[in-house]
Write a protein that binds this ligand. Sequence first.
Ligand code: FES
Length: 278
Amino acid sequence: MDTTARIIEKRDLTDITKLFVVHAPLVARNTAPGQFVIIRVTETGERVPISITDFSRAAGTITIVVQEVGRTSVLIGALEVGDTFLDFAGPLGLEVPLPEEGHAVLIGGGFGTGAVFPLARELRSRGVRVSSIVGARTRDLLILDDLLASESDEVHLCTNDGSVGYRGFVTGRLEELQDAGAEFTHCFAVGPMPMMRAVAETTRRRGLPAMVSLDPLMVDGTGMCGGCRVTVGGKSLFACVDGPFFDAHQVDFDEAVARLMTYKEQEDLAGELAGLGR
Ligand code: FES
């Protein structure tokens, strides 16, 4: 049985964002929307959790998107077609619970947009109406909106600078759509932590059920190390085995943000050593 994970396609989405199609039939066979993989590229390197953007059981492929923001992601970004990952463990995490009916609004921020695509496809196959909101700082950083559009009834683009679409944050566009009469029944969001926190606050105020995908620090991905602990509804849970999607209104974002910053100094140093000026 083929257990290697070989890159069969690579595409630059932005200067620092790469899309990889990986032949990993064992992972693809068992993947469901909302799950992720953990990747390692060197024997002594860190293990990086990455959302699954797309999967094909028939072709045995997993598609992932990697943003070069640190030492390891730069190493991943340098891989080429034909290269294999040292580890490509997955699928990890739980399948996201999706509704069977209604009108879902999916929100993707930055490279999180790829992670909502499998949800869109599954929701549409169930007959759920799908509206997608995609946001980035500027037009050049918007990615995969065309892919998401292929499985959405409508897509709304947002940029902070107004270079394309709505000028402002995804939450502003969400409220604008609701004010115009959109009757969303469910919301799912993936993106940077501040965006997901804003989605949680907005949807709570609006009485809209929402789930967000948390990406805390992870090590083993099996619930053993405790690195990815989050507090949800007053309970300690692990994003790798109890998530990564959680009820947005129950997440303790203060704690999640603080824990995410734990190793910032070391991450910045590793980024400098990798040639990332930040
Ligand atoms: S990554 Fe170790 S417990 Fe989740």
